[in-house]
Design a binder for this molecule. Structure first.
Ligand code: GP9
Ligand code: MN
Length: 631
């Protein structure tokens, strides 16, 4: 009993501080609507662990130093809570260390900070108030403070370690059970909202800081030298011969379609067109049937990254998440500087893929997210998000109200894996029996549904005066990962041995112009930026890596291994290179195009080295925030 009383004398203060910490963590999430019920359990356990790890070591100090320690920790925690709270209220995004390092919080928040202050912030200061009260009690000798013995300290350390490690281990185990891996907590982070929902904002801040430190040495001095040299040796082959300014001052409507593969375009199943509307649009506008996605682990976000920056997405990291605060010369920014108003529209939560964090830096002035749409019916069975019919039908009146000229990037969602639609929305009659597996069947149904929603949107758009006054760019974000191209026999028609994965449709509609027909020029998502800029009669910055598809004399599409980052395939106008499993250049194959005649491997060497260097330069730029060296 005596002993318990003795321990209580030292434990009570850090213990209450830990409980306050858990409440503060929960309150932060609650106020921003972040706590999904499912993860509440995780959130409490993991914030208890962190609270104990932070406040627990105070037990090891003597009386006065213990107070100093608790004050320092409390100040840091409160400061982080408040900074994150203000930033989220302001930007609808979580504050990342890279934002402080590159952009400077001061510049972003000054001016608005007073408007963001709310009594809620007081909850993040309760720990400090408690410490002040405790200090007053001690100075009035209202309770006696003791110092633990050496043996007691060792036991305290062990208990702190045990609880902390135990808590994190428990959460990691739950994650593993749920997702088969724990990587969604650190590498495969899709939605920072969910991450904060599970771990709490302080855990998130620490994790983000740690990751920032770990990747800060990824660019070496020799990388920087390489980049400088590479940049100096770049040949400016930009010409504006074809179509420069063809769509000057027109609105730009970009439609990025989820998982839309080129394999389904102009294909039928059971006598029914899979994507009748896209097929029709491909006839009305200019259709690119040799266009490739460039995505890495960031999938949709990587497609957005490639399109807006004309840089290659990283093979091993998600630029939208971990390089969100780099300096970018993005397309929306360029258009914004040329009198355009810039908008992004998407039916998911704003924090998914960290969009709300990176969009302002890319130059988007406003983002419309799930919060701005009404969900008239749930469409995605396996993936929550707004149905494409709701998305398109509600986007149109919104576009009509925008100040012109505008750039509006619409990103669809319904045809997202696992592609499952409610029965009545599955309007494609698949053959019975079919050689397609369940996922492939769902995939065809879902792209058929999306195609219908898109067709309706374009039809309605044509009824407004926006249509003739715009250029519309439609493309798929990435492959569907369903092997659909093999299953529907599409691969037979293309380059032998060259996997069709990643070939996505691109259609450019410029009503009233001669942009029509089909082109098989090899190109990829990084080429869209300069191509759009050329059509608008705007000269893009030197820092972009893609080429204007209409004017380049050296068109190329390079595909790389998502994990190793090495080159898989290069398609140029007269040459193609295909890698070998060994990863050794000489073991690959070189072909002449369009004859597809095998050539000695040395014929592809120059092309290979060029592409290898471009990829390396792109990665260094992103990892080192070094866009300035390309100018
Ligand atoms: C989420 C959506 C899907 O907002 O864009 O992303 P994905 O899973 O395809 O990367
Ligand atoms: Mn996607």
């Amino acid at each position: 009993m005596q002993r318990l009383k003795r321990y209580l004398q030292v434990i009570w203060l850090p213990l209450i501080l830990v409980i306050i910490f858990v409440i503060q963590t929960w309150a932060f999430n609650y106020w921003f609507g972040i706590t999904p019920g499912l993860y509440l359990y995780r959130l409490i356990i993991v914030s208890l662990s962190l609270g104990i790890a932070l406040y627990g070591p105070s037990l090891l100090f003597r009386k006065h130093s213990r107070f100093i320690y608790l004050f320092i920790i409390s100040f840091c925690i409160s400061a982080l809570f408040i900074a994150q709270f203000l930033y989220f209220s302001y930007a609808g995004a979580f504050l990342q260390i890279s934002a402080l390092a590159y952009a400077g919080l001061a510049t972003t928040l000054t001016g608005t900070i007073f408007t963001l202050l709310t009594p809620k912030l007081f909850i993040f200061l309760i720990n400090i108030v408690l410490l002040i009260l405790a200090l007053i009690l001690i100075s009035k000798k209202k309770y006696i403070e003791i110092t633990l013995s050496k043996k007691e300290k060792i036991i305290a350390i062990l208990i702190i370690i045990l609880i902390t490690v135990g808590g994190y281990w428990f959460v990691l185990r739950l994650e593993k059970k749920e997702w088969g891996s724990t990587s969604r907590l650190y590498t495969d982070v899709y939605d920072l909202n969910t991450l904060v929902g599970k771990l709490g904002i302080i855990n998130f801040t620490f994790e983000d800081g740690l990751k920032y430190l770990l990747r800060s040495n990824k660019v070496t001095a020799s990388d920087v030298d390489f980049l400088k040299q590479w940049s100096q040796g770049r040949i400016n082959s930009t010409s504006t011969e074809r179509y420069f300014g063809l769509a000057k001052n027109r609105n730009v409507i970009i439609i990025q379609i989820e998982s839309m593969e080129n394999a389904v375009i102009n294909q039928q199943t059971n006598g029914q067109e899979i994507t009748p509307n896209l097929n029709q649009l491909a006839k009305e506008g200019l259709y690119f049937d040799n266009f490739y996605a460039q995505v890495g682990p960031g999938n949709t976000a990587d497609a957005e990254f490639a399109i807006t920056n004309s840089l290659y997405p990283l093979p091993d990291d998600v630029a939208f998440v971990n390089y969100a605060h780099n300096d970018y010369d993005a397309l929306p920014k360029l258009l914004n500087n040329n009198n355009y108003h810039t908008y992004a529209l998407h039916g998911d939560v704003p924090t998914f893929w960290n969009r709300s964090s990176i969009y302002p830096g890319l130059g988007y002035q406003k983002m419309f997210s799930k919060n701005d749409y009404q969900e008239s019916r749930v469409v995605g069975v396996g993936f929550a998000g707004l149905g494409d019919e709701d998305f398109f039908s509600q986007s149109l009146p919104r576009l009509e109200k925008l100040v012109q000229p505008f750039l509006a990037t619409l990103i669809t969602l319904s045809s997202h894996t696992p592609f499952e639609l409610p029965k009545d929305l599955q309007t494609l009659t698949l053959p019975n029996p079919t050689n397609l597996n369940w996922l492939q069947q769902q995939y065809l149904e879902s792209v058929h549904y999306t195609d219908k929603a898109l067709g309706e949107f374009i039809y309605q758009l044509k009824q407004t005066n926006l249509y003739d006054n715009s250029i519309i760019i439609i493309y798929g974000d990435h492959q569907s990962y369903t092997d659909i191209s093999d299953a529907i026999g599409y691969n037979k028609n293309i380059f032998p041995g060259l996997s069709n994965d990643g070939r996505v449709p691109l259609i450019i509609l410029a009503p009233g112009t001669d942009l029509q027909g089909t082109t098989s020029t090899p190109a990829s998502q990084i080429d869209l930026y300069p191509t759009i800029a050329n059509l608008l009669g705007i000269v893009p910055p030197k820092s972009i890596l893609g080429q204007d598809i209409f004017n380049t004399k050296t068109p190329v599409a390079v595909r790389r291994n998502v994990i190793t980052g090495t080159i898989n395939i290069i398609l140029a106008s007269n040459l193609a290179y295909k890698y070998s499993e060994s990863g050794i250049y000489e073991n690959g194959q070189c072909f002449e195009l369009p004859s597809r005649k095998p050539l000695p491997i040395d014929n592809c060497r120059e092309l290979y080295n060029q592409q290898q260097n471009t990829l390396r330069a792109s990665d260094i730029v992103v990892r080192g925030n070094l866009l300035g060296l390309l100018k």
